[in-house]
Design a protein around this ligand. Structure first.
Ligand SMILES: Cc1cc2nc3c(=O)[nH]c(=O)nc-3n(C[C@H](O)[C@H](O)[C@H](O)COP(=O)(O)O)c2cc1C
Length: 372
């Protein structure tokens, strides 16, 4: 590798709200599947992964999505922030990475209709529309909606007690918040569905409840699915308006993603969602902090997007699975091409395995480059 290349905008600190981040690179939330399947408690492996990422130089780590209530548990190896008893073990999991210089956010989620029926027998959803062909979802009652909003607030309060630097709400990829936002999955005609204002009422109520229970000074970020597939009937214009409404409601940073998970792995452009970022920037104005995820693979592209001012943070998931020390390697002048393919072989093949890059060719390339 050549010499240090830390004069790049990628490595310049930024302050968002009350938090200073040491650089512009963020590990996007990644379900690590490194918890005790009995209760969603983090294992020592997860603590080790966060520490490795922090030592590898990343500015911000968003932990894998955590369920806020048992009814929102997507699968048996999902992180839990639904129980006060887990506060000490989460503290021990997160603080070493913070001491190594990274900011660590919790990601709060409820799977809604997308929960695996093996762990959540009758998944809840805004109006009983299925997103998982294996499950028959049930329409949520008014009181269940209120309970889950409250549960998001409780989980944020726990995250603050644990010492997470902030929380990010998961409003993307077809989970419950997305299900409320998309016309296809929200057919309600009460205060929670109908026009765009009422479809976003659930998300805005969650934001208000998090503020109420965790404090208005606690950093609150959002990952938002701006657009769905054509059948989902969620347009990017509406998604961009939702982004603006969420900033009005007090979020401090918005990560731009898509509303449903499946199509993203096949999109080839780098980065995939540049047009969405342009629509959001137009809607929220020049000053709001934005992060962009999906498909960043080369350093010149990351630098160009930051330099354009379109977004302030570059967020990556699969490249950090392939190389947790990616930031350090980029700063040391590693090749501009992030050593990664879109093979998707990072998902675990069996329970207990956890995420890992199983692409031998990618691993060989990373090794060869960092040893050079
Ligand atoms: C193994 C794996 C787990 C993921 N878990 C989450 C998650 O917990 N929360 C989330 O918002 N997105 C999750 N994602 C999506 C990523 O954060 C990211 O949006 C997507 O992979 C595109 O970014 P990339 O091209 O940098 O990988 C996951 C993706 C992968 C591959």
């Amino acid at each position: 590798m050549t010499g240090m290349a830390t004069d790049s905008l990628l490595f310049s600190p930024i302050t968002i709200g009350s938090l200073t981040l040491r650089n512009r690179l963020m590990r996007s939330a990644t379900a690590e599947r490194m918890v005790d399947p009995r209760n969603g408690a983090p294992t020592p492996r997860l603590r080790g992964l966060y520490l490795t990422l922090a030592r590898g130089g990343v500015g911000t780590i968003v932990a894998g999505h955590a369920f806020v209530a048992l009814s929102g548990r997507c699968h048996a190896e999902m992180n839990s922030l639904a129980d006060d008893a887990l506060i000490p073990i989460w503290q021990a999991t997160v603080s070493p990475a913070q001491q190594a210089g990274a900011r660590v956010f919790a990601q709060l989620n409820h799977g809604g209709a997308s929960c695996d029926p093996a762990v959540t027998a009758v998944p809840l959803s805004p109006s009983g529309v299925n997103t998982n062909p294996q499950a028959q979802a049930r329409m949520m009652s008014e009181s269940e909606i209120t309970e889950i909003i409250h549960a998001f607030g409780q989980a944020a309060r726990r995250a603050r007690e644990i010492g997470f630097d902030g929380v990010q709400l998961h409003g993307a990829h077809g989970y419950l918040i997305s299900q409320f936002l998309m016309p296809r999955t929200n057919r309600r005609s009460d205060a929670w569905g109908g026009d765009p204002q009422r479809r976003r009422a659930f998300l805005l109520a969650v934001i208000a409840e998090v503020r109420r229970q965790a404090g208005s000074d606690y950093p609150l970020w959002l990952k938002l699915g701006i657009v769905g597939s054509p059948e989902d009937e969620l347009t990017s214009a509406e998604g961009a308006e939702t982004a603006a409404a969420c900033f009005e409601a007090g979020i401090e940073c918005l990560e731009i993603s898509n509303a449903l998970g499946a199509p993203i792995q096949t999109v080839q452009e780098e980065p995939c969602f540049l047009p969405l970022a342009q629509a959001v920037r137009k809607a929220v104005g020049p000053d709001k902090p934005l992060a962009l995820v999906n498909g960043f693979r080369t350093r010149p592209m990351m630098e160009a997007v930051l330099a354009s001012g379109l977004v302030q943070l570059v967020s990556l998931c699969r490249p950090f699975i392939a190389d947790p020390a990616l930031v350090l390697h980029l700063a040391q002048g590693a090749d501009t091409q992030v050593q990664y393919t879109r093979c998707g072989r990072c998902w675990p093949d069996k329970p207990g395995e956890g995420i890992a890059c199983k692409n031998a060719a990618v691993q060989r390339r990373i090794h060869a480059q960092t040893e050079a």
